[in-house]
Design a protein around this ligand. Structure first.
Ligand code: G3P
Length: 221
């Protein structure tokens, strides 16, 4: 399963890229609002840090407006993927982008049927929002699993991108459910790195090593 960062924070992306685990980035208007500045420059900067797909979301709700914004984003870098919210106009825009060879990520997907329609319209990625479904007492991971199964069953090339990931357990569950990609807040990525026994073990090894050096034992090591 590929790992994307769900952020517009350049430093977080830079760090994940250094760790060698970054396969792409997703942004959205809310994440962009946290960093501010020019959305275009943020996107260009992110695209320099990863060669993987970088999702840039359109705001317009009419088809021509979506096409105009999406075409503009697509010119910023070769790895831009235009993010379009699920709607009747969104499906039409996704189909038009597909005809133009512009990749899309259909976002705000909350049901398997929505994901299936997005794939049929030609989306490269579909993003079921796991956490927001869990929030309303529905099992978000079921949508991820069902879409992964359906795409495999019918050789559909669209990838399932598990979004609205809130904790490390979601990541494991998304991988087991067959998600092609999970997009994570940086905090969840950090939580995945750490384990109390690992952190404790590192401290203990260092302590024992220092004690041995002090007492003269283990010389020559
Ligand atoms: O990728 C979509 C994601 O940003 C939504 O996450 O936590 O706002 O539901 P959340």
């Amino acid at each position: 399963m590929k790992i994307f960062l769900d952020t517009a924070e350049i430093e977080e992306i830079r760090t994940a890229a250094r760790w060698g685990i970054l396969d792409g980035v997703t942004t959205n208007p809310s994440l962009y609002a946290k960093v501010g500045g020019s959305y275009d420059s943020v996107l260009v900067e992110i695209c320099k840090l990863t060669s993987g797909p970088v999702s840039a979301e359109v705001i317009a709700d009419d088809v021509e407006g979506m096409l105009e914004e999406g075409r503009h984003f697509a010119k910023l870098a070769p790895n831009i993927v235009v993010k379009v919210a699920m709607s009747e106009n969104g499906l039409e825009a996704i189909a038009r982008f597909a005809d133009e060879g512009i990749k899309t990520n259909c976002t705000l997907v909350f049901s398997t049927n929505q994901g299936l329609l997005a794939a049929k319209a030609g989306a490269s990625l579909v993003s079921p929002f796991v956490g927001r479904l869990d929030d309303i007492n529905q099992d978000g991971m079921t949508v991820v699993r069902e879409l992964a199964e359906i795409f495999a069953l019918y050789d559909i090339e669209t990838e399932v991108l598990a979004a609205s990931i809130r904790n490390p357990l979601h990541v494991t569950q998304a991988a087991l459910a067959g998600a092609h990609i999970a997009t994570l807040p940086f905090k969840v990525l950090q939580q995945m790195v750490h384990h109390p026994l690992t952190d404790k073990g590192i401290v203990q090894f260092k302590k024992d090593w220092d004690a041995a050096r002090k007492s003269g034992a283990g010389k020559g090591a």
